[in-house]
Design a protein around this ligand. Structure first.
Ligand SMILES: [Zn+2]
Length: 405
């Protein structure tokens, strides 16, 4: 259903600004008998004129969204390296390498394993039972649950307070936002650190990465918005860094208010956000126009390639690929197949496209791959197939183009 009130400040002063049309739930990868029967929901972003948080207007029930997701964070080397870098920094600079780390939305335990490498005790909270089972098999103790205040309280009772609480790319998924932040404040030790990793809204807009906007991502943060939300529950951001993952993310470090000195980086980043106008609706309306143009350009490029009798497959079938294809009206008429390395997706179909997902290893090279996992372009361009000139990518963002060795 559509929200009437801002998820952060409860204001009713909301205005629609970015329209991605009717979209399936992006992770609803279906088997053949369900093709064409997927549900669609409006995907509209709305802007709060009071606290300036950009958010998705329509909430898909969380039981539909998280019960059976197939994204495994362990599946790319780039993410593992990134998580280890953050964990090393936290363990060496912010806590003394001892105590409990709790990860919210801990997935297959990849992030927690980097803290385990540093000698910390780890505990994951993951809503998807299948994914949690993989983590437990790998020796990362994981509970199947949604993190909220009650869950935080149970952990505090049974395991004590946490030195580190982490939320990587989940902190914008959450429906019960205030219960979660209250839970974090309650569970976090007096000198503990809350580490949030999220897509950074200004980077998302600059790279035109509209496909990161989907029903699961209810909120889109810049630093000022995030700090405001945390401050409502007694926390404050004291440091921030940028990371080249998921199209340009930020890693935000927060603690209880007044405990740690606030870095100049925090005040400077917020000042830049204001100078660039992200606290007003204009930039978001402009973005909506930009992506309409991008869509037209991508459609033209693909039409031209198809008219030359070439084959186009999708490279990767990430959640954002679902958004890209559906926004641009692309289906199995243009894209014959998609290839993946994640075996959980093999023989499933990208929602509302009829495009079947195959094992990359078993597929003959098509003339072009449309790169849906564009955030890993550097990693994919190091492959032998690309370096030898055999593989050509069509990159959708920030401007559609063909790249080859
Ligand atoms: Zn608001």
């Amino acid at each position: 259903m559509n929200i009437e009130n801002c998820r952060v400040c409860s204001s009713t002063h909301l205005e629609d600004c970015i329209d991605l049309g009717q979209q399936p739930w992006c992770n609803d990868f279906v088997l053949e008998d369900q093709v064409g029967k997927e549900s669609r929901y409006p995907l509209m972003c709305t802007f709060c004129h009071d606290c300036s948080t950009l958010q998705v207007k329509y909430t898909v029930p969380k039981e539909i969204m998280y019960a059976d997701h197939t994204y495994l964070s362990g599946s790319t080397k780039t993410m593992v390296r990134h998580f280890q870098t953050v964990s090393d920094f936290v363990c060496e600079e912010l806590v003394d390498g001892k105590g409990l780390v709790v990860d919210i939305g801990s997935n297959d335990g990849t992030l927690l394993s980097t803290y385990q490498n540093n000698g910390m005790d780890v505990y994951g909270v993951e809503a998807c039972a299948k994914t949690a089972a993989i983590a437990n098999e790998n020796g990362i103790k994981t509970a199947v649950n949604y993190f909220d205040y009650d869950c935080a309280d149970r952990i505090a009772q049974s395991k004590g307070k946490a030195k580190v609480i982490s939320a990587a790319n989940v902190f914008y998924h959450v429906e019960e936002l205030h219960s979660i932040v209250r839970g974090i404040t309650h569970l976090l030790d007096d000198d503990g650190v809350f580490v949030v990793q999220a897509s950074y809204l200004p980077n998302l807009l600059k790279s035109k990465a509209f496909d990161i906007m989907y029903h699961e991502h209810l909120l889109y943060y810049r630093l000022e918005n995030l700090n405001h939300l945390l401050s409502l529950h007694g926390l404050e951001v004291f440091d921030v860094s940028e990371a080249e993952v998921h199209g340009g993310s930020i890693v935000v470090y927060a603690g209880h208010q007044g405990v740690r000195p606030v870095s100049d980086k925090v005040t400077e980043m917020i000042a830049v956000e204001r100078a660039e106008g992200y606290h007003e609706i204009g930039v978001y309306k402009k973005f909506n126009e930009n992506i309409q143009n991008l869509r037209a350009n991508l459609q033209d490029l693909l039409k031209k390639v198809k008219s030359e009798g070439k084959t186009i497959y999708a490279y990767g079938a990430p959640a954002k690929g679902t958004v890209m294809l559906n926004y641009c009206g692309l289906d199995s008429e243009t894209i014959d197949y998609a290839v993946e390395v994640n075996s959980l997706k093999f023989n499933h179909y990208i929602p509302c496209t009829g495009i079947k997902i195959l094992d990359e290893k078993t597929v003959e090279e098509p003339d072009y791959y449309l790169l849906l996992s564009w955030n890993f372009v550097d990693e994919f361009c190091r492959s032998e197939a690309f370096q030898s000139g055999k593989r050509k990518f069509i990159i959708p963002l920030p401007e559609p183009k063909v790249i080859s060795a």
